[in-house]
Ligand binder design. Structure first.
Ligand code: ZN
Length: 229
């Protein structure tokens, strides 16, 4: 019988994964986190993740996958690539790190299995503006099957944010009692500025627009995430 009381959250210290970490704490007795160093320009991200994990009282495990992530050129790990501020026509913005979630979740699954954990939690969302292919539900389901076949196990990948927009993700954080913490202490900004962020990178724009939308009709958005907490 598989122990379903433990979960491993893929954790970056950003708005989405912090919300997912606290969602996991509501749904599982024991939660662990795994954070990846993939050569991101802003290593502060890792320190922010470590601090939040400590605050949440969960185990923090850091894995360095920089050599794998460096194979695909992108503006989050390569200082020589100027960041796209808009999605270019017909291709992904260069903030897309090819294969990132595939690597993250595959490594997370191996680590989880070693620790007797078969429930993985990730903050990917299909509703995000960039529409990265490895954030889509079809990819996650496919990878879930692949991981089970690869290790002959019964993993379940949980994606509580999959169908939520950013305003609803704020509502979920509020429902989980971490609205202020997410607002002030997480790091989502592509330019490495914690809390409110730089305000102009694509990630800050998405986060801030979602926050404004949420605050404009708090009750409506809180009701919209009723079934998720
Ligand atoms: Zn920013």
């Amino acid at each position: 019988m598989i122990n379903r009381s433990k979960a491993l959250a893929v954790f970056s210290g950003g708005q989405d994964s912090t919300t997912c970490l606290y969602w996991a704490l509501k749904h599982f007795d024991e939660v662990h986190t795994i954070t990846f160093s993939y050569g991101q320009k802003h290593s502060l991200e890792i320190e922010v993740a470590r601090k939040i994990a400590e605050k949440a009282g969960v185990d923090f495990h850091l894995v360095d996958i920089a050599p794998i992530a460096a194979i695909g050129k992108n503006s989050l790990t390569d200082a020589a690539v100027a960041m796209d501020s808009e999605k270019p026509a017909g291709c992904w913005p260069n903030t897309f790190v090819p294969g990132r979630n595939m690597f993250f979740l595959s490594i997370a699954a191996v680590y989880a299995r070693e620790n007797g954990i078969f429930d993985l939690v990730t903050g990917v969302s299909q509703t995000d503006f960039s529409g990265y292919p490895d954030c889509r539900d079809s990819f996650i389901r496919s990878l879930n099957v692949t991981l089970n076949l690869a290790m002959e196990e019964q993993f379940v990948i949980h994606t509580p944010l999959m169908w939520l927009d950013k305003a609803q993700t704020w509502a979920l954080a509020d429902r989980l009692g971490i609205f202020d913490m997410v607002r002030n202490e997480t790091l989502t900004c592509y330019n490495g500025v914690p809390g409110e962020g730089c305000g102009h990178c694509p990630s800050c724009r998405l986060r801030n627009e979602g926050l404004e939308k949420y605050l404009s009709d708090r009750d409506f958005f809180l009701r919209s995430v009723d079934g998720i907490v």
